[in-house]
Design a protein. Structure first.
Ligand SMILES: Nc1ncnc2c1ncn2[C@@H]1O[C@H](COP(=O)(O)OP(=O)(O)O)[C@@H](O)[C@H]1O
Ligand SMILES: [Mg+2]
Length: 165
């Protein structure tokens, strides 16, 4: 059985989504593969954009809806990949993008369920859903690195930034 830990947070507004992204960027392991799940409008791109900004991306951050992937140079010189697989026809399309890039510090993957066969396994799954005027965010740390990550993150989240409604 693989290890798994979870954390459920209420994000009352888009600013809270940005704040969570900052905490995830601050606590992420050396390299991380993150699956962002949720319907259109759930806040996946908001989280991804704020996460990339927190890691030092200051140029434009485009939606990868049509290109499938956008690549960014981070403050530490390494690379981040932002994927959106909403429009992918077949998981095989991912192979053409030559994404077996083990050097990337971060993968942020929207609609990962459409390309699972061709994606490396996630260390963190982030599931977002509309709840009242905000969003419910469930974080699932996968494997021992994912578990440790959530254990590092949890105390920061408890400092009152994400009060339950
Ligand atoms: N926690 C939140 N509460 C309310 N609105 C939010 C929250 N997080 C993001 N949003 C808003 O939701 C809208 C859709 O966000 P987006 O990130 O494009 O969704 P997705 O990529 O999942 O389709 C945006 O207008 C964004 O400002
Ligand atoms: Mg999106």
């Amino acid at each position: 059985m693989s290890e798994q830990s979870t954390l459920s947070l209420y994000l009352p507004d888009a600013g809270a989504t940005d704040a969570l992204a900052g905490l995830l960027a601050m606590t992420q392991p050396e390299s991380a593969i993150v699956h962002l799940e949720g319907d259109l409008g759930a806040g996946k791109s908001t989280l991804a954009r704020a996460w990339l900004r927190a890691l030092g991306v200051d140029g434009p951050i485009r939606s990868p809806t049509y290109t499938l992937v956008e690549r960014y140079r981070l403050r530490d010189g390494r690379e981040a990949l932002h994927l959106d697989l909403y429009r992918i026809g077949d998981a095989g399309e991912l192979e053409f993008l030559a994404l077996d890039d083990a050097a990337a510090a971060l993968w942020l993957v929207e609609w990962p369920e459409r390309g699972l066969r061709a994606l490396p396994p996630a260390g963190l799954r982030v599931a977002l859903a509309v709840e009242a005027d905000g969003r419910r965010c469930r974080l699932h740390g996968l494997g021992s690195a994912g578990e440790r990550w959530l254990a590092d993150l949890a105390p920061h989240c408890r400092l009152g930034a994400f009060p339950e409604p």
